[in-house]
Ligand binder design. Structure first.
Ligand SMILES: Nc1ncnc2c1ncn2[C@@H]1O[C@H](COP(=O)(O)OP(=O)(O)O)[C@@H](O)[C@H]1O
Ligand SMILES: O=P(O)(O)OC[C@H](O)CO
Length: 487
C-alpha cells in the first residue's frame, strides 16, 4: 500500500460521463465530465450512441488525469461504474455496435415483457419483475431487429467500456443482476431464462466479482493501469456511502432516485414491489445483497420544467421559486412519465398534476415538483420497512439534487427520520474507486471505507406527524389518478 498513489473512477451515467481522481483519503483531486446526446426517435424510446460514450470515456480519463497533473505510474487502479440496464450489442470482429444502446428508461419492449408468460419464475430467480426497465428484453429486441445471423457480443455499459479499454468481455454481479438473465443465488447466467428471452449464452460476458483485476488499460494516459473494480452506479454509491452493514441505506437523487438497503449475505424477497439485487461482491467473498426501490423520474422532472415548459432557466432556480410559497397550495405532481416503477410497476400509468385552482402559481408548482421526489422516496422506504421488518432510523443522501436544501428538509419531514449528506457527494465514483483500490491492496479493508466517510450536513424532521401523514395520504390519492391511462 502506497498512500501517495491515486485511484481513478470512470462514472458513465445516463446523461454524462465523468472521470474523478481520488487520493488515499477518498478526497476528490480532479474531475472531468462530458455530456452525451439523448436520442429519442419515438415516444417512449431512449437511445445512446455507444461510440460517443466510449469517446467521452476516453476523453474524460485524459482530462481528469491532466487536471490532476499526474501520470500512469501515480495510479494504483481504475474503477468503472455505469448507468445500469442499458444494453449494447456489437459485432465481435469489428467491434462496431450493431444498433444504438437501448437505455434503461426505454419502454419499447413492453410487448416482449407482457408475452413472457411465467413472471413468477423471473421474479423468484432474478429478484426482478419482467419490466421494460431491464436489459434482457432490450437485448432480445436488438437481436430480433438486426437479425440473428450476425456474430455479436452483448453487454451492459460496464462490459462495453471494459471490452474496448482492456479487451476483456466480462461484467460483475451487480450489473448482471439487472438483466433478468442471472440467477441471484448462483450468480451465473440461467439457461432457461436466457432461452425464454432468446438470448444465446455464447454472446453474454463472463460474470466475475465487483472487485478484482479484470485487465489493464491498453492505451491512453493510463496505459498499463489495472481496471480492478466494476459496479452498477447505484450499488457503487451504496459502497461509497459506506453502507456496508445490513440495515444501512442510501438514496441517490439524480435523473431518477434509487434507494438501496444493504441486507447482508441474506437475499430478502420483497412482498411490497421492491427489487432484490446484488449490492456488491468483493473478490473471493460471498455476495452482499440489497433491496432496491427504483424511482424513474425525480431530477429529470426538474429538467423537464426547465427544458419543456421553460418555467425555470436552471435547475437551481427551482428552490428560489419553491421558497416564495409556504406550502404546495394543494397541488400534487405525479411524474409517471414512463409508467411508475417501484413500488407500483404500472406501465399503464401516466403523469398528472392534480389539485389545481386559480390560487395556484409558479411557486406552488415548483414546490409540488420537489415534493414529488420526497413522496416517491417515502413510498419505497415504507415498502423497505415492511419487507425488512426494521424501521430505517436515518437516510444517507447523495446525487445532483441534494444541493437543494428545501428538498432535503422536506424529505426529512415526510419520512420522519433525518437525512444526512456526506462531505464527498461523488459517492458513485468513490464506490467504484474503493472497489478497484481494495482489489490491488491500495486500501486494506472495508474499515478504510467506513473511516473515510464524513458527514457534511444533517436535516432533522420538523413537521408535526399529523400534518405529515395528511400530506402523504393526499399524495397517495394523487397517485391513484395516474392509473389505467394507457390501454
Ligand atoms: N438545485 C437543484 N435542485 C433540484 N434538482 C437539481 C438541482 N441541481 C441539479 N438538479 C437535478 O439533478 C439531476 C442531476 O443529478 P446527477 O446526480 O448529476 O444525475 P445523473 O447521474 O442521473 O445524470 C438533474 O436531473 C437535475 O435536474
Ligand atoms: O446514471 P444515473 O445516475 O441516472 O443512474 C441510472 C440507474 O443506474 C438506472 O438503473
Amino acid at each position: 500500500m502506497d498512500a501517495t498513489r491515486y485511484v481513478a473512477a470512470l462514472d458513465q451515467g445516463t446523461t454524462s460521463t465523468r472521470c474523478i481522481v481520488f487520493d488515499h483519503a477518498g478526497r476528490v483531486v480532479s474531475v472531468d465530465q462530458r455530456e452525451h446526446e439523448q436520442i429519442m426517435p419515438r415516444a417512449g424510446w431512449v437511445e445512446h450512441d455507444p461510440t460517443e460514450i466510449l469517446r467521452n470515456a476516453r476523453a474524460v480519463v485524459e482530462g481528469a488525469v491532466a487536471k490532476a497533473g499526474l501520470e500512469a505510474k501515480d495510479f494504483a487502479a481504475l474503477g468503472i461504474t455505469n448507468q445500469r440496464e442499458t444494453a449494447v450489442v456489437w459485432d465481435r470482429a469489428s467491434g462496431e455496435p450493431v444498433y444504438n444502446a437501448i437505455v434503461w428508461q426505454d419502454t419499447r419492449t413492453d410487448k416482449i415483457c407482457a408475452a413472457l408468460g411465467d413472471h413468477d419464475t423471473f421474479r423468484a430467480k432474478t429478484g426482478l419483475p419482467p419490466a421494460t426497465y431491464f436489459s434482457g428484453p432490450k437485448i432480445k429486441w436488438i437481436l430480433d431487429h438486426v437479425g440473428r445471423d450476425r456474430d455479436v457480443l452483448v453487454g451492459t455499459i460496464d462490459t462495453w467500456l471494459l471490452w474496448n479499454l482492456a479487451g476483456v468481455h466480462a461484467t460483475d454481479p451487480t450489473n448482471a443482476s439487472r438483466t433478468l438473465l442471472m440467477d441471484l443465488d448462483t450468480l451465473a447466467w440461467d439457461p432457461d431464462l436466457a432461452a425464454a428471452l432468446d438470448v444465446p449464452l455464447s454472446v453474454l460476458p463472463e460474470i466475475r466479482s465487483s472487485s478484482e483485476v479484470f485487465g489493464h488499460l491498453r492505451d491512453g494516459v493510463l496505459a498499463g493501469v489495472p481496471i480492478a473494480g466494476m459496479l452498477g452506479d447505484q450499488q457503487a454509491a451504496t459502497f461509497g456511502q459506506a453502507c456496508l452493514s445490513p440495515g444501512e441505506a442510501k438514496n441517490t437523487y439524480g435523473t431518477g432516485n434509487f434507494v438501496l438497503l444493504n441486507t447482508g449475505t441474506e437475499k430478502v424477497v420483497s412482498h411490497n414491489g421492491l427489487l432484490t439485487t446484488v449490492c456488491y461482491q468483493l473478490g473471493g467473498q460471498d455476495p452482499v445483497y440489497a433491496l432496491e426501490g427504483s424511482i424513474a423520474v425525480t431530477g429529470s422532472l426538474v429538467q423537464w420544467l426547465r427544458d419543456n415548459l421553460g418555467i425555470i432557466s436552471s435547475a437551481a432556480e427551482i428552490e428560489e421559486h419553491a421558497r416564495t410559497v409556504e406550502d404546495n397550495g394543494g397541488v400534487y405532481f405525479v411524474p409517471a412519465f414512463s409508467g411508475l416503477f417501484a413500488p407500483y410497476w404500472r406501465s399503464d400509468a401516466r403523469g398528472v398534476i392534480v389539485g389545481l385552482t386559480r390560487f395556484v402559481n409558479r411557486g406552488h408548482l415548483a414546490r409540488a415538483v420537489l415534493e414529488s421526489t420526497a413522496y416517491q422516496t417515502r413510498e419505497v422506504i415504507d415498502a423497505m420497512n415492511a419487507d425488512s421488518g426494521v424501521g430505517l432510523t436515518s437516510l444517507k443522501v447523495d446525487g445532483g439534487m441534494v444541493v437543494n436544501e428545501l428538498l432535503m428538509q422536506f424529505q426529512a419531514d415526510i419520512l420522519g427520520v433525518p437525512t444526512i449528506r456526506p462531505v464527498v457527494n461523488e459517492t458513485t465514483a468513490l464506490g467504484a474507486a474503493y472497489a478497484a483500490g481494495l482489489a490491488v491492496g491500495h486500501w486494506e479493508s472495508e474499515d478504510d471505507v467506513r473511516a473515510n466517510w464524513a458527514q457534511d450536513k444533517r436535516w432533522d424532521p420538523m413537521l408535526d406527524p399529523t400534518a405529515r401523514e395528511s400530506l402523504y395520504r393526499t399524495w397517495k390519492k394523487a397517485v391513484t389518478r395516474t392509473f389505467d391511462w394507457v390501454d
